[in-house]
Design a binder for this molecule. Structure first.
Ligand code: SAM
Length: 275
């Protein structure tokens, strides 16, 4: 029986090609094939470094279907690399199913660590980093997004979000609305020419981004400090009172009364917009 190959999970740059490490390059040069989220994008990256390799498309729409044949290749002794368009695979990117299937098949899965936008932003945010929760992208639909934020309002850990340029202003408005004047950081275009890291309270950050179209261009990580212990306790109490009141009145009214009694933010209790 052939010795199984290895699946190398290789991080690639999030903007600055100088961030591709020597071991990552070495791995990409020596594997039999590279599984890539967007083969055209990865081909350009490889061309920059003079690497030519067979590429296999592995994205959210075909991952399920590709997994079996990729695991078979690994079992047959091939070494494969997994990359995404930018940063660390599996972090808001495809690859989880392949990694799980490979591990279940007893194949060695080895990381070649490198850039990750969330960690890069956290490293320059100056917000408590001993405990944090990575939330990735918030739901695109307004109602679902506000519901998610309501559920996160009492979270004591630092929160890390990804956001796209066309939604950044709306997202900051919702964050300011739901979390109030909490300290936050908007990290834009990290490692690239127009890298900007803004900090301040959420309402003022929203105002700065709303006032300047340049601050809405590119790729974003938003980091928000966690709820303080007081906020946490009043939110828990607010939720308890809200649940009791809901049995007797409309949810919007129950949220209003529960907020008045406990000091918890009304919008964190009830996701809708009704007053
Ligand atoms: N796997 C990647 C990682 O390790 O960070 C993330 C992939 S996710 C599909 C892409 C999102 O990451 C972007 O929409 C943006 O929110 C964030 N991002 C990626 N590159 C960035 C950069 N240079 N500056 C700020 N945010 C970035």
């Amino acid at each position: 029986m052939q010795t199984p190959g290895t699946l190398h999970v290789v991080a690639t740059p999030i903007g600055n090609l100088g961030d591709l490490g020597a071991r990552a390059l070495d791995t990409l040069r020596t594997v039999d094939a590279i599984c890539a989220e967007d083969t055209r994008h990865t081909r350009q990256l490889l061309a920059h470094f003079g690497v030519e390799k067979p590429l296999v498309a592995l994205h959210q729409h075909n991952e399920e279907a590709q997994v079996a044949q990729l695991v078979a290749r690994l079992q047959g002794g091939q070494a494969l690399a997994l990359v995404s368009d930018a940063g660390t695979p599996l972090v808001s990117d495809p690859g989880f199913r392949l990694v799980r299937a490979a591990r279940e098949a007893g194949i060695r899965v080895s990381p070649v660590p490198g850039a990750c936008a969330a960690v890069a932003a956290l490293s320059v945010a100056g917000i408590a980093s001993d405990r944090f929760a990575f939330e990735g992208f918030l739901p695109a639909k307004t109602g679902a997004r506000r519901e998610r934020l309501a559920a996160l309002a009492g979270e004591p850990r630092t929160l890390i979000f990804y956001e796209a340029s066309h939604r950044i202003e709306e997202m900051l408005a919702d964050l300011a609305d739901r979390f109030g004047p909490r300290h936050a950081v908007v990290a834009r275009e990290l490692t690239k020419l127009f890298e900007t890291v803004l900090d301040g309270d959420l309402p003022s950050l929203h105002a700065r981004v709303a006032a300047d179209a340049n601050q809405r261009k590119g790729e974003f990580v938003v980091i928000v400090e966690g709820a303080g212990e007081d906020a946490d306790a009043s939110l828990a109490e607010g939720r308890r009172v809200y649940a009791v009141l809901c049995a007797h009145m409309k949810p919007s009214q129950a949220a209003k009364v529960a907020a008045e009694i406990t000091g918890a933010p009304r919008k964190a209790l009830y996701g809708g917009d009704a007053g």
